[in-house]
Write a protein that binds this ligand. Structure first.
Ligand code: NI
Length: 182
């Protein structure tokens, strides 16, 4: 089990389409998942996809208890999803200041669907499916984007709403204060 370096945006390796996992319950797969979880935790991520640590497979992991990068979000249990597929279940979207371990220090305002159905496998190859809402649905959309070589800045429609977290602090605070009022 090890903390792995996270590839940063601009690295051509992040532009590959991830391959499906074909062998389940292998030592290699279990080690990959442990490395992903360890790396996510060390970097205060809420989720991680295998391509971020230079493993081009369709594996995502997510979940957190209390997260300093998203302090207002309720905990999500630790989960792993292999070869995930998501289906959008609503037209409703929500905006949130999103970040990514591949784009350290930057945030952008990203609209995501508020409800998705997900389907995939656990590390032993058992089918998992269910419905996710809100921030949970957002994470699934963000992490499955990684498997298709899409990083969140490509989902920021207004680049005035994208930049360095420290510079944006006031803007982000005002955005959430305004939203909580309405
Ligand atoms: Ni990310």
């Amino acid at each position: 089990m090890a903390i792995k370096p996270v590839l940063r945006m601009g690295n051509p390796k992040l532009l590959r389409i991830a391959e499906p996992v074909t062998n389940f319950d292998t030592q290699e797969l279990h080690t990959l998942i442990e490395d992903m979880q360890e790396t996510q935790k060390a970097k205060n991520g809420v989720g991680i996809a295998a391509p971020q640590i230079d493993v081009n497979l369709q594996v995502i992991a997510f979940g957190f208890d209390k997260n300093p990068r998203y302090p207002n979000q309720k905990p999500i249990p630790s989960s792993v999803l292999i070869n995930p597929e998501i289906k959008i279940m609503t037209d409703e979207t929500e905006e949130l200041w999103e970040g990514c371990l591949c784009v350290p220090g930057l945030r952008g305002l990203v609209k995501r669907y508020t409800c998705v159905h997900y389907r995939g496998y656990d590390p032993k190859g058992n089918l998992i499916e269910g419905e996710a809402k809100g921030f949970h649905a957002r994470i699934l959309q963000h992490e499955t984007d990684h498997l298709k070589a899409i990083l969140f800045p490509a989902r920021v429609p207004n680049l005035q709403m994208f930049g360095f977290e420290e510079e944006l602090a006031g803007t982000i605070e005002a955005f959430y204060a305004q939203r909580n009022k309405s």
